[in-house]
Design a protein around this ligand. Sequence first.
Ligand SMILES: NC(=O)c1ccc[n+]([C@@H]2O[C@H](COP(=O)([O-])OP(=O)(O)OC[C@H]3O[C@@H](n4cnc5c(N)ncnc54)[C@H](O)[C@@H]3O)[C@@H](O)[C@H]2O)c1
Length: 339
Amino acid sequence: MMNRMAAPEKILITGGAGFIGYHLARHLLTATKADLVSADNLQRGRMDDAFDKLIANPRVRFMALDLTNAAAYGELGTGFTHIYHLAAINGTKNFYEMPHEVLRINILSLFFVLDWMRAQNPGAKICFTSSNEAYAGGLHAFGALPFPTPEAVPLVIEDPYNPRWSYAGTKLIGEQIMIHYATKYGLRGLVVRPHNFYGPRAGYEHVIPQLSLRIASREDPFALMGADETRSFCYIEDAVRAMRMLMESSATDGQPIETVHIGDRNEVSVAALADALFAIAGWTPRELVRKPAPAGSVKRRLPDITKLERLAGWRPEIPFEEGLRRTYEWYKDHPNKTE
Ligand SMILES: NC(=O)c1ccc[n+]([C@@H]2O[C@H](COP(=O)([O-])OP(=O)(O)OC[C@H]3O[C@@H](n4cnc5c(N)ncnc54)[C@H](O)[C@@H]3O)[C@@H](O)[C@H]2O)c1
């Protein structure tokens, strides 16, 4: 049984309209009695029916704020016990099209949220979402990393001239900012590295949404890129529960702050993923065309999650087939980005 802190009373989620922020807010409403403030400028997050329904809850207050503006934090108020800092620009297309903005937004918002926390909510605890991208460069640079991959592997920017690494750079520097800022000012917090969270309302860029939509539209011949690559997918409800359990655990109160992988041990190839989705859809294409993985794609990703289990006592609860079924059904019903 983990040692738990006093229950959170008021929680801030930055980037609250995004994929993780939305599901985290829903989870916190049932798992805690806290009031929630969800802050987002809707640059990527969406004001859809699901989000409208969430913020209609009297315990949730939505604030439309640009968190790269230091003055915006004054509007948030005080009295927060937990802060989940999720606001960031991600999405591979953005890395290539506006790497300077990815760097500016992700780094400025992290410094501003920490400055505001130190001044207005020094007793709070903060969770920063880094990414498995922080160490993805190590796979390329060294040719191999241990699998499952523990937290303590070198963090590498393979090529600062390649815009692809802009986002990873913000996560790598973001982790250092968190560690040294928290140490200097005695703040409580942690860094989490999400590994392939999936579920409804996850945007339209990742492999599971894209395969789901192409299967739902019965694309035939069906092209499958990088069929032999493997990933370990973590269902979003399990993932946000892990984030809350880590934040509530007194085992993550010490200095220096902890960096913790959140993910699943369940490793599947892209080919097996496609087969599972064909089975859920009850349809198989007549012709399956295998193609190489996109350039720069990482061949294998498998996080070591023993630290998460030790610090939070977390175990996944949603079987992969069930999470996949829920995700497929959602994308079948929401085929358009604009909905
Ligand atoms: N989803 C994953 O599997 C995954 C994997 C690795 C890391 N992460 C990290 O977790 C966090 C949340 O990811 P997500 O999948 O929910 O992404 P997301 O894009 O769905 O959500 C991020 C939110 O931040 C908001 N935002 C961006 N700039 C802002 C600004 N200046 N002011 C206010 N809000 C702003 C966006 O509008 C968006 O709603 C991000 O930091 C991301 O890098 C996610």
